[in-house]
Design a protein around this ligand. Structure first.
Ligand SMILES: C[S@@+](CC[C@H](N)C(=O)[O-])C[C@H]1O[C@@H](n2cnc3c(N)ncnc32)[C@H](O)[C@@H]1O
Length: 217
């Protein structure tokens, strides 16, 4: 197996050289609808990619603290010079290194953590690290919005089995929605909203059955 297909960073850096989607996702609109009544909040995007959703939240005058593994994607976003927006290169496995900076940026604001199609990009150890970091950095005022692929996905089983997931052009770990739900409940999160459905992120012929959660502490 070649280095390129198992190295997430190489894959995503190459991907963002010419990925220019500008339309925000359905999940970003879902999130903005639900937080529209909050007076002072900041979006903390975990895995912002080319910033299609971060830029949408910014257009609604919501401050941003967004990070991603891909230097290519983050470099492009930093060059936009957006006000009230921080873009940082960070691998989820090193997320603890962000805590001080996060507290500086989000002081006295409601934190809206937002993860779209990113949790299935990492193995379960990294997922556990991220969830622990989120729980430690959330207060009762904060939110965690997550949307992810699940085991009920047409792509499930395609490619080479590796580290709890499958590698095709890149690594995907299809999440078992019930296991995820039990895990977050055991950690102490509260579930404010959940969905497990098709029709949430239709793209061309693809209509994967996704899980969505809004979690609180
Ligand atoms: C499917 S894309 C989704 C991007 C964006 N959230 C969207 O919906 O357009 C997955 C993103 O996760 C990022 N990613 C993958 N592994 C990561 C890791 N270990 N740490 C941080 N980001 C990672 C990738 O760089 C990529 O931007």
């Amino acid at each position: 197996m070649g280095k390129n297909i198992i190295n997430n960073k190489d894959y995503w850096d190459k991907f963002y050289l010419d990925f220019n989607e500008t339309l925000e996702s359905d999940f970003a609109r879902f999130c903005s609808d639900r937080i529209s009544g909050l007076s002072d909040c900041v979006i903390v995007e975990l895995g912002c990619g080319n910033g299609r959703d971060s830029k949408y939240f910014h257009s609604l005058n919501i401050p941003l603290f967004s990070f991603d593994l891909s230097e290519v994607a983050i470099d492009k976003l930093q060059k936009l010079g957006l006000k009230n927006a921080t873009f940082i290169v960070c691998d989820f496995k090193d997320v603890n290194s962000l805590s001080v900076k996060l507290n500086d940026v989000t002081k006295n604001k409601i934190k809206v953590f937002y993860s779209r199609f990113t949790m299935h990009c990492v193995n379960e150890n990294v997922e556990n690290k991220l969830l622990t970091w989120l729980f430690e950095n959330m207060t009762e005022d904060d939110y965690f919005f997550i949307e992810s692929r699940t085991e009920f996905d047409e792509l499930y089983g395609q490619g080479v089995a590796f580290d709890g997931g499958f590698i095709t052009s890149h690594y995907r770990r299809f999440i078992n929605q019930e296991n995820f739900k039990n895990k977050v409940l055991n950690m102490g999160f509260k579930i404010e909203y959940e969905a497990f459905s098709k029709g949430l992120a239709i793209k061309g012929n693809e209509d994967p059955k996704l899980m969505r959660f809004v979690l609180r502490r």
